[in-house]
Structures are given as C-alpha cells and as structure tokens.
Write a protein that binds this ligand. Structure first.
Ligand code: UDP
Length: 235
C-alpha cells in the first residue's frame, strides 16, 4: 500500500445518490463496501463528511438567517451524515468511533487527537463530525486540519468527477485532466479544488490531496495502492 493512514473527505451531496435531498441508503452501503476493501488491507482510515445534502450556512444566510446560526446548523447536518455513515460501516462489521468538534455526549466522543490516533492504531475507523466546530469554515478545512493533526499521509477527496481538469469537463469536451499538479500550479491556473483556507493549510503542511471519482467501484482502493487514479496535488 502506498498510503497507510488516510483522511477520506466525502461531501454531503455524495450521500444523496439520485435523490434531491437527504441520504440514500443504497449509496451509503456502496461507500461502506468501498471503505471495507481498504480496511481489509490494513489501511488506517479517518473520515470527514460534509453536510451540504441537508443544510449549508450560506444558503440559510441568503434567506435572511443569521450566518453563524446557519453554520452551526450545517455542522449539525454533518453529524447526522456521520451517524448514518457510522451505521453503514458497522453493518459491514467494521469498528468505528465518531468524534465531534461540538460536544454531543450521548452519541459521540469529543474530538481528542490522542484518542483518535489510538483508535486508528487499533484499526477502528474514526469519523470526525461537526466540521472544525467553528462557523465560517468548511468541512474541507476540517478534513485538512484533522488530516494534519492525526498525521495522515494524504487527503482523499472523493467526488463525482474523476480528477482536476484545465477547464470544466462538463462544458468543454476538450478539457484535459491532470494526473499530477503542484499546489502552485493550481493557484496560478485558478483551478478550484477546495476553498482557499483548506487548500493553503494543505499546501503549508505539505499534505498531498488526491481528487478522485468515489462513485467508481474499486477506485478508493486503487488510489491507496498508488495507481494513477484521479489527480494528485502535491508540492
Ligand atoms: N460548517 C461550519 N464549520 C465547519 C464545517 C462546516 O460552519 O468547520 C457548516 C457550514 O455552514 C457548511 C455546512 O456546515 O456550509 C456543511 O458543510 P460543507 O458545506 O463543508 O459540506 P459539503 O459541501 O462537503 O457537503
């Protein structure tokens, strides 16, 4: 295996499957099966999940809601997704722990770095919920932050597209995909991979990001084996 400890970032929208809102149990089960393939190979797995399928703070703010209130609602949405994913992972027999940045004692451990690392060492899957615990941040930033804190080898950003292109492949049929690209080139070419806070944090801490299609069966495992799948962003 090329990577021994990974941070998998899934967007909330990924959990919708073909639905317009919420969580598709079929999609959850598919993701759990993909993650199990990796777990069976002994890869240590941490996961951060978004909340966009349920609530986004900016969407609330655009309807007149207080932004900070909306962001906390968004963080709670990530906890709902995290619990759904936790259930699906445990259905396949894997051991998991949910740690949240906001304390919700009845359902999750509080985020404690040392404890998270210990869980990973015991091959438990650790899901980090409630983002960073702060409004005005995203779950991409939470993913990079936790990835650095618990010493992951790489951030795996599972998306619907198979990598980073020089222009939008849905609009330009001649768009070219990068297998590898540097952080600096992403910035100079104005490509959009993560929000600036998350991206800069990753760059400054030399933590590579791989953008790949999570909906293609076997991809997650291939990425960890070091196959050229998706786009790797590195220094
Ligand atoms: N959020 C936040 N702080 C964080 C992470 C998330 O305030 O550290 C809120 C924010 O309102 C965001 C929502 O939670 O819109 C859902 O997260 P995100 O948009 O990152 O989810 P994704 O796009 O990955 O589904």
């Amino acid at each position: 295996m090329k990577y021994n400890r990974i941070l998998l970032k899934l967007s909330g929208e990924a959990l919708m499957g073909d639905r317009q809102y919420g969580i598709d149990p079929k999609r959850l089960a598919e993701y759990a099966a993909e993650i199990k393939q990796l777990h069976d190979k002994g890869v240590q797995i941490a996961i951060v999940i978004g909340g966009g399928n349920i609530f986004r703070g900016v969407a609330g703010a655009s309807n007149g809601m207080d932004r900070v209130q909306g962001d906390y609602m968004g963080m709670m949405a990530t906890v709902i997704n995290a619990m759904a994913l936790q259930g699906a992972l445990e259905d396949t027999g894997m051991q998991t722990r949910l740690q949240t940045a906001l304390k919700i004692e009845a359902i999750a451990e509080p985020y404690i770095k040392r404890r998270a690392v210990r869980h990973l060492e015991k091959n438990r899957i650790v899901i980090f919920g409630a983002g960073t615990g702060n409004p005005y941040f995203t779950t991409d930033t939470a993913a990079v932050l936790r990835g650095i804190e618990v010493d992951c080898d790489v951030i795996l950003k599972g998306t619907r597209v198979d990598g980073v292109y020089d222009s939008d492949p849905e609009k330009n049929p001649n768009a070219v995909k990068y297998d590898n690209i540097t952080f600096d080139d992403v910035l100079t070419k104005g490509l959009n991979i993560m929000d600036t806070t998350a991206f800069t944090l990753s760059q400054e801490n030399k933590l590579p990001i791989i953008v790949f299609d999570m909906n293609k069966p076997g991809n997650l495992l291939k990425v960890c084996e070091g196959a050229t799948v998706g786009t790797t962003v590195n220094i």
